[in-house]
Design a protein around this ligand. Sequence first.
Ligand code: ZN
Length: 470
Amino acid sequence: MGYELRSFPAESFGASCRMLSGCSRFGKDTFGMSIKPLEELQRADERTLRFLPGGLGLGLKLRPEDAAEYQQEVAGRFTLDERVAEGTRNSYEHLRTVFGYGVLCYEIYTLVGDHALLVIEQALRDRFVDFHGGTVTFVDDTDAEHRVAVAGYDDVHTFLRAHRPPRGRRPWRLRLPTGATMTFRDGTLGDLRVWAREAGLLRGQRNRGIERALAALRNSVAHPSGYQLYGPVEAAQTLHDLAEIINQLWGAPTPGGRLYPAPTRREVVVMAWPADGSERITVTADALVDAVDPDDQPWQCVILRAVFRPGERFADPGLRYFDSRVEVTTYPADVLWGPGTITDAAAWYTQHEPQPDEIDHLDRTFMIRHHAGHLYLPVRPQHAAASPRQERAGTWYAIRADHPNDAYHHVRNIVTAAGCRPRGQCHYCHAETLKFGPHRTVTAGIRAAAALPPDVTTPWAYPRAQRVPV
Ligand SMILES: [Zn+2]
């Protein structure tokens, strides 16, 4: 109707038009909105054309047909796992389809970005119904269980609305498959976000903060108080994050993902440096074949398993500071051989032919010791359990975090009373305290490593302990 309005004679609508405020001029401007002919609606939006594959074009722009192809390719990069529920899948496909039309109308990117935030809630609802297999068990404040048949999430809402706990009584609790219960007040996004964590569907300590932020953004979209305009880059990022969240909810981590990545490949890597530490060479270990030591000065060499992809110009940023007895790298790195000469490394590599593997770097456990005014760098649980008796004194902290620095700064903030919560999930940083106490308490139940790894540090390694103010 709206598109055809312009072709009708103005006088046929004259009477009703004059009755409507905001209708200053029929035809080109109806209800304060400019009516464009079809050919103009089909014309590419100049703003979108400025977004090139390499970034924003300064004085450059894509041809409309190239921009259309490129933006559809961007949306097409993010696919959903086949297990994802049909309703969530359909909503996601709508967003991908509409994203392509941003070439004609730049404002579409804002709508896609906003609506993607709303689809997060739909995905949580659909996954909730899937996860509980048609029956949800609520527990009242007398510990009595109420089994509720659920065909869709509306059934959850209907039950909670019809059975509100009287004022002053405990809210409903939800029974999880583990047998544990969690508070489930009214089934809104806040409950669902906590549920996904409690059910073990979402992971990563840094993601806890991101999930909170996305929920807050979703609420700002549902209850807007201002105006904003996104471009294709922001909309694509939100679409990508949405795909990662949906896939993770259905148990499918994303290869190379930003939020919930699939296990990362570790290569066999050789790192070598001269005795004076004036330079460093890091290459994949296949370069060791036929390698020999230089004549001018002795080099130290180690063979590691670490994240290192020279073809993608990507390497673990902490590799330079490698220390085999503590955790400093972004991804777990293991010493396989060394230190020794390059010639001996080459011989060992040829004989043993170590292979790459894959690791998950989220939600790792780090053990941190605080003793005599010093805070020691994080170590792995099995290494802490195998530590020499003379290195066990003090208070130990078992911390869950995605990066050793997160764990270390969390404990530093605890011992210096700088604000972090000493127990449970920290609200101030990306870490969770699992246990703390003497060595025997914190390492109870942990299988000690048969032996500590060979003691290897690069010339650039950090001191293993730092004095902290009491
Ligand atoms: Zn903290």
